[in-house]
Design a protein around this ligand. Structure first.
Ligand code: SME
Length: 152
């Protein structure tokens, strides 16, 4: 992980330990990630509902999306809820199980938030750049999700 990633992890840890509500912390984290990392154009959270059958859109930063409820298994977000493993799509035009949000989006990464072995939520990042996500992004975002899992 690079210095910027380390700095962001420190800031997110401070946020997560603050007195603010879960939703405020998630919103601030999404803002921080979007404004700091160039290739993160839409950053948001989807949270599993009580029946564990749908993902509900939580705090996000970026253009409004109509996808406020995504069934588990559907799209990249739904696949990650099912598999509980991170998924990178470097070219969304090549992904068969994909829910399009905006024509500007070229790539996407979704990282699960796991609490006590259970999938509880995920971070979803869309990019307008082609193939921008590196192993460093994967490692960094997994660390972000580990910190944020404490909020669930
Ligand atoms: N592209 C996602 C849908 C959510 S939006 O990117 C905000 C998917 O395929 O699940």
């Amino acid at each position: 992980m690079n210095n910027l990633h380390q700095l962001l992890l420190n800031q997110i840890t401070t946020l997560a330990c603050s007195e603010r509500s879960q939703l405020e912390i998630l919103k601030e984290s999404s803002e921080l990630l979007k404004r700091t990392i160039f290739h993160y154009d839409w950053v948001g959270f989807y949270i599993l509902d009580n029946q564990a059958s749908n993902l509900i859109l939580g705090p996000y930063t970026g253009k409004p999306t109509e996808h406020i409820c995504i069934p588990v298994g559907k799209g990249v977000c739904g696949q990650v809820a099912q598999s509980k493993t991170l998924k990178v799509v470097q070219d969304v035009s090549k992904e068969g199980n994909y829910i399009a949000c905006s024509v500007d989006v070229q790539s996407e990464i979704v990282v699960p938030i796991i609490k006590n072995g259970e999938f509880v939520a995920e971070i979803d990042i869309d990019s307008h750049s082609p193939s921008p996500f590196t192993l460093d992004d994967q490692e960094f975002l997994s660390a972000v999700c580990k910190i944020l899992s404490e909020l669930f």
